[in-house]
Design a protein around this ligand. Structure first.
Ligand code: XUL
Ligand code: CO
Length: 435
């Protein structure tokens, strides 16, 4: 059965095409900086937003009607697998990401839940074999079920900690079985509502314990994929422990986990933390912890995690600039952690959304590659900091001077001359590359 029969394979038709079901910039086989566009971008479909989301929000019920809505829970899960692979094939998307809960119905007992999961994983495995589509990363949903009301690894209830451990164990088994390139921890409820009832130290220690146990188990089963933490400052909790890249790096270093994890950076989480997407990518890059990306965008006027599809070429260019400068994706990729608006009622809107996101990042990639080829920012930055290449600057960098040496040097200075930062002209140059 075909689930999206009104859509055929989406092809690249170039920027002047009027066909709304075509790519204007994403030309998968085109070579950019010596590599195919599709291998630079490694686009992935998010199972949850694409196949299970119904358009609910804090005030309203589901609005999005799908072919599989009226099926029994297991049949619905099977239909979603088929629809998901058809969707990815039609868009030429080669990766997907999922939470355990996205693919199979939960049950009263863990045993039954794992049985459901296994049955669906069989089907996913067969579809992966048929299509060559790969798993970018797996994860476990430890935030939706009421049992996680106080958190998962950070719950005050040790039984919940054990349940979470069981879910992670099973999700790691599945991810390994499906040759997943990575495994993500996003701590949706790993945070607090009020410190009046919270043992912050124990919660953080326990969160680290859960991560350590997971790393150990991965070793035991021979899972060699990359582990990621996905930072987010808040929502659903008032304060989430994985606040931003800097906070997560400090956490990992505190608990000796820094060599085991990289970052999965989401655009909308960065802005919620008061940073730009580029800032979070840059910080990860310069610290060697850049891993993967959840591409989306928020809405400045709303201020919560709206998870909209990325359409801003400026942001995508700067993101691709950081990604290329980090050496590009290795185990990671570009997962569209984005959903259509609840008024975008039809299945075809999913295609328009992905086409827009893919074209935006393809254009961003092309512009970023050109900027890097021409060393636009590198040359400027190199010149801006040239005082550290010679004389006193060189000695500072080589750590050959004491505070007293510097003081003696400064006392002899007659005048200090600063150069312009040239922000406006750099912005103009960036725009001229985009236009
Ligand atoms: C929530 C979010 C998650 C993670 C995976 O804001 O981004 O979907 O990406 O758990
Ligand atoms: Co995400």
């Amino acid at each position: 059965m075909e689930y999206f029969s009104d859509v055929k394979k989406i092809n690249y038709m170039g920027k002047d095409s009027k066909n709304l079901l075509s790519f204007k910039h994403y030309n998968p086989e085109e070579i950019i900086l010596g590599k195919k566009m599709k291998d630079h971008l490694k686009f992935a479909m998010s199972y949850w937003h694409t196949l299970t989301a119904g358009g609910t929000d804090q005030f309203g019920d589901a609005t999005l009607i799908r072919e599989w809505d009226n099926l029994s829970p297991m049949e619905k899960s099977k239909a979603r697998v088929k629809a998901g692979f058809e969707f990815m094939e039609k868009l030429g998307i080669e990766y997907f990401c999922f939470h355990d809960k996205d693919i199979a119905p939960e049950a009263d007992t863990l045993e039954e839940y794992f049985k459901n999961l296994n049955e669906i994983v069989d089907l996913i495995e067969a579809e992966m074999k048929r299509t060559g589509i790969k798993l970018l990363w797996g994860t476990s949903n430890m935030f939706s079920n009421p049992r996680f009301v106080h958190g998962a690894g950070t719950s005050c209830n040790a039984d919940v900690f054990a349940w979470a451990a069981a879910q992670v164990k099973n999700a790691l088994d599945i991810t390994k079985r499906l040759n997943g390139e990575g495994y993500v921890f996003w701590g949706g409820r790993e945070g607090y509502e009020t410190l009046l009832n919270t043992d912050m130290k124990l919660e953080l220690d326990n969160l680290a314990r859960l991560l350590k146990l997971s790393v150990e188990y991965a070793k035991e089963i021979g899972f060699e994929g990359q582990f990621y933490i996905e930072p987010k400052p808040k929502e659903p909790t008032k304060h989430q422990y994985d606040f931003d890249v800097a906070t997560v790096m400090n956490f990992l270093r505190t608990y000796g986990l820094e060599k085991k994890f990289k970052m999965n950076i989401e655009a909308n989480h960065a802005t919620l933390a008061g940073h730009t997407f580029q800032h979070e990518l840059r910080l990860a890059r310069i610290n060697g912890v850049f891993g993967s990306v959840d591409a989306n965008r928020g809405d400045l006027l709303l201020g919560w995690d709206t998870d909209q599809f990325p359409t801003d070429v400026y942001d995508a260019t700067l993101a691709m600039y950081e990604i290329l400068m980090a050496g590009g994706f290795k185990e990671g990729g570009l997962n569209f952690d984005a959903k259509v608006r609840r008024a975008s009622l039809d299945s075809i809107d999913l295609f328009y959304a992905y086409i827009g996101g893919m074209d935006t990042f393809a254009k961003g990639l092309k512009v970023a590659a050109k900027l890097i080829e021409d060393k636009v920012f590198e040359n400027f930055i190199e010149k801006r900091y040239e005082s550290y290449k010679v004389g006193i600057g060189k000695e500072i960098v080589e750590e050959k001077v004491s505070l007293k040496d510097l003081s003696d040097y400064a006392l002899k200075l007659k005048e200090i001359k600063n150069c312009s930062g040239r922000q406006e002209v750099l912005e103009n140059i960036l725009n001229s590359y985009i236009y």
